[in-house]
Design a protein. Structure first.
Length: 182
């Protein structure tokens, strides 16, 4: 790629709690301009928590945008300014599941939908798990979370047969299985 794709102008169209929507006018190859709408997103983390028997901790959570509950790994927004992603992952695992981990390994990075959003997620493998003495108070959809331990190999099958459709979860489960030889 040799073209710079300079932004000629940019206008914020919406600023919400989680994301901002902006319209950029971008210089295309050949000199013409085109409008590109972009969702600015703080990013997210996902946690593939795997126990000694190679079971993965999944949650089933309602996702309003798709109108149903999805099987996912614990995950959360990178919404604390300056917080590194592993710290966010540690906090989210505890908040969503009541579990903590001693061993952390970065598994993967990916853009959720790079055609229109800059959301990037970092996925971590969490090992040496234990249930925490206390779990923080939960709110909203988290009140209705279903936790389930599933053999990692079976979770891979769920990805391939369409029972796991959350992209962060699919990437994380498959990356963990590869890393752990499951």
């Amino acid at each position: 790629m040799t073209h710079a794709y300079d932004v000629v102008s940019s206008e914020v169209r919406y600023r919400g709690r989680v994301f901002t929507l902006r319209s950029d006018v971008v210089r295309m190859p050949g000199g013409a301009t085109a409008v590109r709408d972009v969702v600015d997103h703080p990013g997210a983390v996902g946690i593939v928590a795997v126990d000694a028997a190679l079971n993965v901790l999944l949650i089933r959570q309602y996702r309003h945008a798709v109108g149903t509950a999805l099987w996912e790994v614990p995950a959360g927004l990178r919404d604390v300014p300056g917080e590194d992603p592993e710290t966010t992952a540690r906090r989210e695992l505890h908040e969503e599941t009541g579990w903590v981990a001693e061993a952390w390994t970065h598994l993967a990075s990916a853009y959720a939908t790079p055609g229109w959003s800059n959301e990037r997620f970092e996925i971590y493998l969490a090992r040496d798990l234990r249930e925490a003495a206390e779990r923080p108070e939960v709110h909203d959809e988290e009140l209705d979370l279903e936790l389930r331990w599933l053999p990692l190999a079976e979770a891979c099958a769920w990805v391939l047969d369409g029972r796991i459709t959350n992209a962060l979860c699919a990437i994380g489960v498959l990356a963990a299985a590869r890393r752990l030889g499951a």
